[in-house]
Design a protein around this ligand. Structure first.
Ligand code: HEM
Length: 419
């Protein structure tokens, strides 16, 4: 009994340490990047992202703040052509670099897709391509909009004293899509927040040293919290996405495996050859990857290949975090070797939560595609108003949508441990 109590205390101490933001991996998750004022531990979001760059970068910021208007009036490309080529050496610290990446990635997506998928550009001009490349190299991110730009670093509180709730949040930089775009960004952000209890469990590397009693007392409630939070967040997502603008997703599309840009994009002044990168997708969020690793989910070879490729689009500390979880002692093996049925039940609840989350997501995507298709049928003549045709078969990240989404949902279900 004393031993169990001691182990329980050790586990609690570990959780307390974690709640003071002691996570594996460097910058993105380390203490210096986390605001102690944060009302909740946010393992993946950039805490209190910077919202302004030094005044010498105003040519970027001025365009970025007007992006939806400039795209709607078809003036963005002309503005970018007139933009001076700025020196990235004056950017100080990772916060400024992350904001610069966010801004330059939004400018790039607007530049490429301003005229819809039939009027794309093959060349990104030097004054945008060179600084974007340099900032990307400094951060270890690809030179394209990623989930980290679109969501993780793209938020601020309207009232800094109020909590992280949808009413109190707004994106720093926007694209066409108005309120529905904001809802899309912020709901995805809240899903990251909802994942916090589960991620905390993932940070505990010593499963194999814990007794079933300690698991029951601490792990099981966390798994249940995850179940509830995942479902709540997904329901919120469905409500927020009911009015999602069907023009939005084209601006997240990349130039790899995309029929609209079969040659990729030439980054002028960076490379003589065009380069191909996948677009922004929540498949690049570390959260589901972390849960899959924690719960020992085995996806099909093809889905795994896609998901692993998406890890290249994550901030390097996120990649390291997922790798750390995958190398930690297997929670699944520990539970399989335990005779405790309640422990299995708690584990299975978590698997079910994850599979339910993925089923809800399939419903959201189906709805989005159906709405976009119906609208495209009505507005066939309008080139910029058309949803990306490729999206019907391929996602923004370039996957074959429904085959992929159903496959990852089904393999999640296969992770259930039978009694
Ligand atoms: C209209 C809304 C949405 C659409 C159309 C959509 C579309 C897609 C597509 C096409 C994929 C396949 C990967 C790719 O090629 O990009 C995907 C993956 C994914 N999406 Fe969404 N998505 C939407 C909303 C959301 C929201 C709100 C979340 C919440 C975080 C989310 C989380 C994910 C995750 C985690 C994946 C990776 C697959 C998995 O692990 O199950 N999506 N999404």
């Amino acid at each position: 009994m004393t031993k169990v109590f001691a182990q329980g205390c050790a586990y609690l101490t570990a959780l307390c340490a974690l709640s003071r933001i002691k996570l594996p991996a460097s910058e993105w998750t380390c203490v210096s990047h986390w605001s102690p004022a944060c009302d909740v531990l946010m393992p993946s979001l950039l805490p209190s992202p910077q919202t302004e760059l030094p005044p010498s970068y105003s040519p970027w910021m001025d365009i970025a703040h007007e992006l939806p208007k400039l795209i709607a009036s078809h003036q963005l490309r002309a503005c970018i052509h007139q933009m001076p080529q700025l020196n990235t050496q004056h950017l100080r610290g990772r916060e400024e670099l992350h904001l610069a990446h966010l801004v330059l990635s939004f400018l790039t997506m607007g530049y490429v897709w301003q005229e819809g998928e039939e009027g794309t550009m093959r060349v990104l001009p030097r004054n945008l391509a060179v600084p974007f490349w340099e900032v990307s190299q400094a951060l270890g991110l690809p030179p394209i909009l990623t989930h980290a730009d679109f969501v993780l670093a793209n938020w601020r509180r309207k009232d800094p004293s109020r909590p992280l709730e949808i009413e109190n949040l707004e994106p720093i930089i926007s694209l066409p899509g108005g309120e529905s775009l904001h809802g899309f960004i912020l709901v995805t952000l809240l899903v990251e927040k909802a994942a916090v209890p589960g991620i905390k469990v993932g940070c505990c590397k010593s499963h194999s040293h814990l007794t079933p009693q300690v698991f029951r007392a601490h792990l099981s409630p966390s798994l249940h919290a995850l179940l509830l939070l995942s479902l709540q967040a997904t329901i919120q997502a469905i409500h927020a996405l009911q009015h999602l603008d069907d023009e939005l997703l084209i601006f997240l599309s990349g130039w790899r495996d995309n029929a609209a840009m079969p040659h990729g994009l030439l980054y002028e002044g960076v490379s003589e050859q065009p380069m191909a990168f996948s677009g922004g997708s929540a498949a690049q969020s570390s959260v589901l990857h972390a849960f899959d690793e924690l719960l020992g989910i085995q996806h099909s070879q093809e889905s795994t290949a896609f998901l692993h490729r998406m890890r290249d689009y994550m901030p390097p500390p996120h990649r390291a975090f997922i790798r750390d979880i995958s190398r930690a002692p297997s929670l699944r093996q520990h539970i399989l070797s335990s005779a405790d049925l309640r422990l299995r039940e708690a584990f299975n609840h978590c698997i079910t939560a994850l599979a339910d989350f993925r089923s809800h997501h399939i419903a959201i995507v189906t709805k989005y595609i159906a709405v976009a298709k119906a609208k495209a049928g009505q507005e066939e003549a309008c080139s910029t108003g058309k949803p990306p045709a490729a999206l019907e078969a391929k996602g923004t990240g370039g996957s074959h949508i429904f085959i992929f989404l159903k496959s990852v949902r089904d393999s999640t279900r296969e992770g259930l441990i039978s009694a």
